[in-house]
Write a protein that binds this ligand. Structure first.
Ligand code: PEP
Length: 261
């Protein structure tokens, strides 16, 4: 089995302007350094609004911070007359490592479909970045115990025609919609069941070797006080963290899940 480096990615959503971003990234970096963060134990990333990217890039490069960063979405188009859109080349120029795709808020408010996610994922890979593809079921689907087939169907479309080389780098985030921002976290066993189902799907439809390398994150009301139990699950390789990532001290505790309490 491949060694998978856990990834703790903080999704700031539409919070923190570029001035506030400076303070939060600096505080996160100081806290991690102070608590002897070891980058071989977990990778930390901030997924920030477009307007914060240049600021975060300058801080990370200038101070050589051990923090990855990325964007929350990208255009499906390459360039041209698409007012308000941001292209993969623009994000790559800002040295983004990650681009989140298919977040449930994009699906709910902006009509993002699995097919659009797939087209964006291909563009992101071709531009040299790594997509974090979000999947997850609504409460109704879980209540009826249809959640695993639902998520695997999302994956079927999202992963169409992705090349093996890309799949080795891909990150998938399992985010049950009912757990996002609700304070109602999935049980560690539920997170494990879905992350295992996702890995098994990838083993079947790509290769076992790719499945072993794939990082599958859990997202949905992750906090410092529940991350250890979630990370104790063998198929959970990190977390996509919303609200708790806005507080650098809380987020640092999540990143440092591997340390003694
Ligand atoms: C998210 O936005 O991806 C998320 C998981 O949010 P929260 O941690 O606030 O539930």
């Amino acid at each position: 089995m491949a060694d998978r480096l856990p990834l703790m990615a903080g999704n700031w959503k539409m919070n923190l302007n570029h001035v506030e971003a400076t303070g939060v990234v600096q505080k996160l970096a100081w806290t991690l350094q102070d608590k002897r963060y070891d980058p071989t134990k977990a990778e930390v990333a901030v997924i920030v609004p477009y307007t914060d990217l240049r600021t975060v890039q300058t801080l990370v490069e200038g101070d050589k911070l051990p923090i990855s960063y990325g964007a929350q979405d990208v255009s499906v188009h390459v360039s041209g007359a698409y007012t308000g859109e941001i292209s993969v080349d623009m994000l790559a120029k800002l040295k983004c490592k990650y681009v989140v795709l298919g977040h449930s808020e994009r699906r709910q408010y902006h009509g993002e479909t699995d097919i659009i996610v797939n087209r964006k994922a291909q563009r992101v890979f071709r531009a040299g970045m790594v997509p974090i593809i979000c999947v997850g079921e609504e409460w109704e689907s879980r209540r009826k115990e249809g959640h695993i087939p639902f998520v695997l169907e999302q994956l079927r479309w999202c992963l169409t025609d992705l090349e093996d080389e890309w799949m080795r780098k891909l990150v998938i985030a399992y985010e049950p919609v009912w757990a996002i921002g609700s304070g109602q976290v999935a049980s560690p066993e539920d997170a494990q069941d879905m992350c295992l189902a996702i890995r098994s799907y990838v083993a079947t439809h790509f290769t076992q070797e790719i499945a072993d390398q794939l990082r599958v994150l859990y997202g949905g009301s992750v906090k410092a006080n529940n991350i250890r139990d979630i990370m104790a699950q063998p198929d959970v390789d990190g977390a996509l963290v919303g609200g708790a990532s806005l507080d650098p001290e809380e987020f640092a505790k999540i990143v440092l899940f591997y340390q003694e309490a």
